[in-house]
Design a protein around this ligand. Structure first.
Ligand code: MG
Length: 222
């Protein structure tokens, strides 16, 4: 008899307990936490780069980077204005609550309004590990194809907001936006969607407005 299922349940429960501690810590500092999920190359880091300058002077943002092996994403986030805490989940295909728990004390939480956690690029493993953040934001991108909600239901079934990146490429692709959004609607009927292009800036205003509406500045951002 396989003991696999009980072990997985135990791990998930332990993770959930640490995630609850993370949530309490963020709440006690009035920080709104985002878990940024996506497949590799969808544009998580590009979204961070596009978002930070547009929030400057309005919200103070911290970043946690879950890049697997390099500091490339961390360098891009730093250049965009938020020197991140870098996690290196060596060999892991996801971040878990304990990794974020270790990162939180290294952030100036009292000075922050918003925390963006860039998860590892993967549409399977990160779906099973809550981090204690307040919202799961999935970055999809048009070159991935309109079938992804159908192929990755556990990921697409847990999103609060969906960024549909690279809409500037739509004229070159057979991406059926209606088919894609029908798949999302079945799995996450309450998810709000933001078709946008980090490259051209089209559609970013609606995303920024959504973020700003969810994040209450503790005091004037400096
Ligand atoms: Mg990245």
């Amino acid at each position: 008899m396989s003991q696999r299922v009980p072990v997985v349940e135990k791990i998930t429960k332990a993770n959930d307990r640490i995630a609850a501690l993370n949530r309490a810590l963020l709440d006690s500092h009035g920080v709104f936490g985002l878990n940024l999920l996506a497949s590799p190359g969808a544009g998580k880091t590009s979204l961070i780069e596009a978002t930070l300058p547009r929030l400057r002077g309005r919200l103070r943002v911290g970043v946690v980077e879950g890049d697997l092996a390099t500091s490339l994403d961390a360098e891009r986030a730093a250049a965009a204005g938020a020197p991140p805490v870098q996690l290196t989940p060596r060999g892991a295909c996801h971040l878990d609550a304990a990794m974020v728990h270790d990162a939180l004390p290294r952030l100036p939480l009292a000075e922050l309004d918003l925390l963006i956690v860039e998860n590892v690029g993967n549409l399977i493993c990160p779906a099973s590990f809550a981090l204690g953040t307040h919202a799961d934001v999935l970055v999809a991108s048009t070159p991935e194809g309109d079938d992804k909600p159908y192929k990755y239901p556990s990921m697409y079934g847990r999103v609060d907001a969906l960024v549909i990146n690279k809409i500037d490429l739509l004229p070159h692709l057979d991406f059926d936006m209606e088919r894609f959004r029908r798949g999302v609607a079945v799995l996450s009927p309450d998810a709000v969607a933001f078709p946008l292009s980090c490259r051209t800036g089209e559609g970013l205003d609606a995303w920024i407005a959504w973020l700003a509406a969810r994040t209450r500045p503790k005091r004037g951002a400096g």
